[in-house]
Design a protein around this ligand. Structure first.
Ligand code: PA5
Length: 447
């Protein structure tokens, strides 16, 4: 299996020649603190050795549960938000057929809900599910997240009405805390199959737990290969791998070097539409981990070449506070060439016979050169192909680099105190019991 590579040459040329070397002690100190469990947020380091720690028994249980759901369901709704949603979606989109939702094959259709409060979205989902053999995977670590809980309440009732209580018990699965939260209480009371999200694994670092692995297995993808990719990356980026060869140390270092040089926005770029949700997952991972204490690179993302026709101008020519990180995929899974045309009315015969992917790679190279010329540092992550192994490796790479990068920045990368503020206001506005004082204060503020 070809190892992922990281090319920093078109980023380091924007900073002082010794800038990376100068940050090495800090980066390696962060790597050591992670490993020793002495860093900020050290009660949330369960993800660090998760790949090598996953047991054959747990993987077998996940596969068995997925098999039951696949047997009994033509659609499976994954209810979850944030870290309880984005990882699974990113992997499914990256590995799946772009048009699988139009195809009648043997795989159940995986749907996502519980990640918004859209009345139309939920109504249309319920309409779609009527008369279908569907199941639900309810994912919430806290077990109390409003978006997911409202959705689950609707889906549980629908599933029981449509499929009967006994079948509902078989096709509703909970992934939540071992002891606390409403999702755990309901799962235990109803006798649902359930999986535990370890206490020491935060939501955005949980894709390699049942949170991500069960939906991925339900869709029919190879979770062993995904985990193997992550395991190999765990070894390749271990604390004893020297700074110059350690992909996570290098990525964490260059991000901080660029940030210190005034590059406040990182744009994650892909040239494969299937990676759109990998961008979304990455935004959450880095945004929630680093954006605190008045600091942090703003994580943005684009899909090229699509967004070259919308954001391209800004990136080429706008304020020079950005850098790009490109995920480059060496080869596609299909073969398709530009056809020749006798009339050549569109003037494209100069491309006849060329693979579509060659055109895409020239767009990628041309864009990189143009953006570097325009003053945008460019980091390039290259993976061989979009398969489970490489996606598993990429996930672990981003997670570990994120932990290291956040510690170098000087924040606790494993908490998210800022996301509580909107919830407090929302609960106050909705008169949730226990929020009486906040309700009074917010109503006065609105007068
Ligand atoms: O990364 C995180 O911790 C968050 O994004 C959570 O995953 C998200 O808020 C959902 O929380 P829960 O799983 O408790 O419903």
């Amino acid at each position: 299996m070809k190892q992922m590579t990281l090319d920093l040459t078109k980023a380091t040329c924007f900073v002082a020649p010794d800038a990376m070397k100068a940050l090495e002690p800090q980066v390696m100190a962060a790597m050591n603190a992670l490993e020793a469990g002495t860093c900020a947020g050290n009660d949330f380091l369960g993800w660090l050795h998760l790949p090598t720690g996953l047991t054959t028994e747990l993987l077998a249980d996940i596969k068995a549960c997925a098999q039951t759901l696949r047997e009994h369901c033509e659609a499976i709704v994954v209810a979850g938000i944030g870290g309880s949603y984005l990882g699974a979606r990113a992997v499914l989109e990256a590995l799946g057929d772009s048009f699988s939702w139009l195809k009648a094959d043997n795989n159940p259709r995986i749907l996502f809900a519980g990640n918004n409060i859209g009345e139309d979205y939920l109504s249309e989902l319920i309409d779609y599910l009527h008369g279908k053999r569907f199941g639900v995977i309810n994912i919430s670590k806290s077990g109390t997240t409003t978006e997911t809980a409202i959705t689950f309440r609707l889906l549980k009732r629908l599933c029981e009405e449509e499929r009967g209580k006994e079948m509902a018990r078989k096709v509703i699965v909970a992934i939540t805390d071992a002891k606390k939260g409403a999702a755990r209480t309901t799962a235990d009371k109803e006798g649902y199959t359930s999986f535990i999200i370890p206490d020491n694994v935060g939501g955005r670092f949980s894709v390699l737990t049942p949170v991500g692995l069960l939906p991925i297995a339900c869709a029919g993808f190879d979770i062993d290969a995904l985990v193997q990719g992550a395991r190999d990356m765990e070894k390749a980026t271990a604390v004893d791998v020297p700074f110059d060869q350690n992909l996570c140390a290098q990525y964490a270092a260059i991000r901080n070097v660029l940030y210190q040089a005034g590059k406040k926005i990182e744009i994650l770029v892909n040239f494969q539409p299937k990676l759109h949700y990998m961008n979304e997952w990455w935004k959450q991972l880095y945004g929630e981990s680093e954006g605190k204490d008045g600091k942090g690179i703003f994580p943005a993302a684009v899909d090229f070449s699509t967004d070259l026709h919308s954001m391209g101008q800004w990136i080429q020519d706008g304020e020079r506070t950005i850098f790009e990180t490109v995920i480059s995929v060496e080869r596609p899974e299909h073969t398709l060439a530009v056809p020749s045309d006798d009339e050549n009315l569109d003037g494209l015969n100069f491309l006849a016979g060329k693979r579509i992917d060659e055109v895409n790679h020239m767009a990628e190279l041309g864009t990189q050169l143009a953006h570097v010329d325009g003053g945008v540092p460019n980091i390039r992550i290259c993976i061989e192909r979009l398969d489970a192994y490489n996606i598993g490796a990429l996930i672990y790479f981003f997670e570990k680099a994120c932990g290291v990068s956040g510690l170098v920045l000087g924040v606790n990368p494993f908490n998210q105190p800022g996301v509580e503020d909107y919830k407090r206001n929302m609960f106050a506005l909705l008169n949730k019991p226990g929020y009486e004082a906040e309700s009074k204060a917010i109503q006065e503020r609105l007068q």
